[in-house]
Design a protein around this ligand. Structure first.
Ligand SMILES: NC(=O)c1ccc[n+]([C@@H]2O[C@H](COP(=O)([O-])OP(=O)(O)OC[C@H]3O[C@@H](n4cnc5c(N)ncnc54)[C@H](OP(=O)(O)O)[C@@H]3O)[C@@H](O)[C@H]2O)c1
Length: 315
């Protein structure tokens, strides 16, 4: 029954069991350049592999360069023609994000696609080196700064080569479970009242609010750059590493009922490459299908407030 449901196709023609290879079959990505964050494992590593398979020049942003080099080596074994680089990027550190962008700019490449995928989940209370709660710092703020620093290059590339730029933000349906007020602006770095599940939900809600607000701003500026967010599904990866018990279940019994990375990367690669979503912006996708957002994620004022708050934190 479960596997039948997973094969039921939605309006895009794809289903929860479609793989990233299937949803990009026949698409020629040569001539495009993409940055993928969190590329050293899970959904990010599979996304890099499939983009490289489609001819995209991939720049992997990884916080552990030797793990990144191993993933790169595996990809090159499977795709000998792959154009793929590894650059160090720790999203919990604003100075690391700035260094990554300097190093990327030194490569003198254009930029068509930015995939904000890296994430940490359910971490115990920790402050980043910038004094910001770790899940908010890594999942939202580091990506907010990264996007801000790369946006001009994405806009210029889109203008120069006439192909729309795409920003793809990997969120999670956990956005439905943040703190009561959505984003705890006044207590973002407070240990008191910290709840690792709500803090993850808050950071994933922030991903969607960022996506929606950026999409609106780019539309107002008439830029040829789309921005969409997504839930990859429940996927067997290392994401539950801070929850040893759940991680154990996921990688044993779980792998028979949840997605593998081949399926987990499908919506990411679909939004990055598929012609069906040309011009589509400001939407949230699940299983390659745009779905309605709930509660705080629809709050335009909250999105604007988060934008201003994030700008104040990165300066
Ligand atoms: N798996 C799921 O069921 C699921 C469900 C909903 C949403 N998601 C989202 O999917 C995305 C990818 O996660 P995944 O499932 O593929 O998990 P994963 O295998 O744990 O991958 C997460 C990636 O993010 C990287 N990362 C963590 N902290 C970082 C930092 N400070 N700077 C740079 N990179 C960092 C990790 O690098 P290291 O290996 O060095 O730690 C890893 O490469 C996340 O945004 C997650 O929230 C996953």
């Amino acid at each position: 029954m479960w596997s039948l449901l997973r094969r039921r196709r939605n309006p895009s023609g794809f289903s929860p069991s479609s793989t990233a290879e299937e949803v990009t079959a026949g698409i020629d990505g040569s001539g495009l350049v993409a940055i993928v964050t969190g590329a050293s494992s899970g959904i990010g590593a599979e996304t890099c592999r499939v983009l490289a398979l489609r001819g995209v020049h991939v720049v992997m942003g990884v916080r552990n360069p030797s793990a990144g080099a191993c993933v790169r080596e595996e990809i090159v074994k499977q795709v000998p023609a792959a154009k793929i680089e590894v650059l160090e990027l720790d999203l919990s550190s604003l100075s690391s994000v700035r260094r990554f962008v300097d190093n990327f700019n030194a490569l003198n490449l254009p930029l068509n696609i930015l995939i904000n995928n890296a994430g940490v989940a359910f971490a115990p209370f920790t402050l980043s080196e910038d004094g910001i709660e770790l899940q908010f710092a890594t999942n939202h703020l580091g990506h907010f700064l990264l996007t801000d620093l790369l946006l001009e290059k994405i806009k210029v590339t889109a203008k120069e080569n006439g192909i729309e730029g795409r920003v793809v933000i990997v969120s999670s349906d956990s956005y439905k479970h943040p703190y009561g007020e959505g984003i705890r602006f006044d207590k973002i770095n407070d240990r008191s009242g910290y709840n690792s599940i709500y803090a993850y939900g808050q950071s994933k809600l922030a991903n969607i609010l960022h996506s929606n607000e950026l999409s609106n701003r780019l539309k107002e500026q008439d830029e040829k750059v789309t921005v969409n967010s997504l839930h990859p599904g429940a996927v067997v990866t290392n994401i539950a590493r801070h929850w040893g018990f759940i991680q154990g279940i996921l990688s044993t019994v779980g792998k028979f009922v949840v997605k593998g990375v081949e399926q987990g990367a499908a919506t990411v690669c679909y939004l990055a490459l598929h012609p069906q979503v040309a011009g589509v912006t400001g939407n949230y996708f699940v299983d390659c299908n745009a779905v309605e957002l709930k509660s705080h994620a629809n709050d335009k004022d909250l999105a604007k407030r988060l934008w201003d708050f994030s700008v104040s934190l990165i300066h």
